[in-house]
Write a protein that binds this ligand. Structure first.
Ligand SMILES: [Zn+2]
Ligand SMILES: [Zn+2]
Length: 247
């Protein structure tokens, strides 16, 4: 599998770090993981074709993770170029979110190509030869998020996105070859992780490679690796936009 960082940023606008978005290529397929504002442009910059993306997985409905869904739908509607269906996955409430976006904001209730929408909690899906396992994890006191685990050819990549420190996220990341997870702030904030808490999750889950992402400006002013090293002995990678990692 190949993971490309499209956006390692957050809701705080930064020129060099786009809102959340990642591309996972596996089994000849392209899986887009979240699509915050600007991801459509990042896809162009990295020569990904919008019409090749068959599956988009949303962790939660915060704007820095989903804002470009409207741009993606309209981009696909244009010109009759898209021939295959688009499969969208998200947490509870995603269908309602999509209905409002599509019918009220985009005013295009019927798409020229098929759109399939699935709401997920703790589920297992098979897409070609890729096994996708989802776990509901705690983000904030009011928001649940979905952690996605992708397995192909004996390798596993877990995208946990925004998370609170919780047993659900540790379970979702268990024995992963790669864990891609947020480390938003240097000091604990409700609903987010620090570098050392992200490391603690990776340690408890026995993760091999930890990719830290979703950096707010405050955490970028600190020594993220040093903080994370206090709790995690494995390989630490700091995500940056356009970085590619083989899983
Ligand atoms: Zn969030
Ligand atoms: Zn976020």
């Amino acid at each position: 599998m190949k993971l490309t960082i499209l956006g390692s940023g957050t809701a705080a606008p930064l020129l060099e770090r786009n809102n959340s978005g990642y591309m996972l290529e596996a089994d000849g397929k392209k899986f887009l993981l979240d699509s915050g504002a600007g991801i459509t442009r990042r896809l162009l910059e990295l020569k990904f074709n919008l019409f090749d993306i068959g599956h988009i997985f949303y962790t939660h409905l915060h704007n820095d993770h989903i804002n470009d869904l409207g741009a993606i739908i309209w981009g696909n509607n244009y010109g009759g170029k898209r021939k295959k269906a688009l499969n969208l996955y998200g947490p509870k409430g995603f269908k309602k979110y999509f209905r409002i976006l599509n019918n009220k904001l985009l005013q295009k209730p019927k798409s020229p190509f098929g759109i399939n929408i699935k709401e997920l909690k703790n589920s297992k899906i098979k897409i070609g030869n890729v096994n996708v396992t989802t776990n509901q994890i705690k983000h904030s006191s009011t928001t649940k998020s979905i952690a996605y685990r992708f397995e192909h050819k004996g390798k596993s990549c877990v995208y946990a996105s925004d998370s609170e420190y919780c047993s659900e996220t540790i379970k979702a990341a268990e024995n992963a070859d790669v864990l891609l997870i947020e480390c938003s702030f240097p000091n604990k904030v409700e609903g987010h992780l620090t570098p050392s808490l992200a490391g603690k999750i990776a340690s408890k889950a026995n993760v091999k490679v930890l990719i830290l992402t979703h950096f707010y400006p405050e955490v970028l002013k600190t020594d993220i690796v040093k903080q994370c090293r206090k709790t995690f002995d494995g390989k630490i990678v700091l995500a940056s936009d356009k970085m590619k990692v083989n899983v």
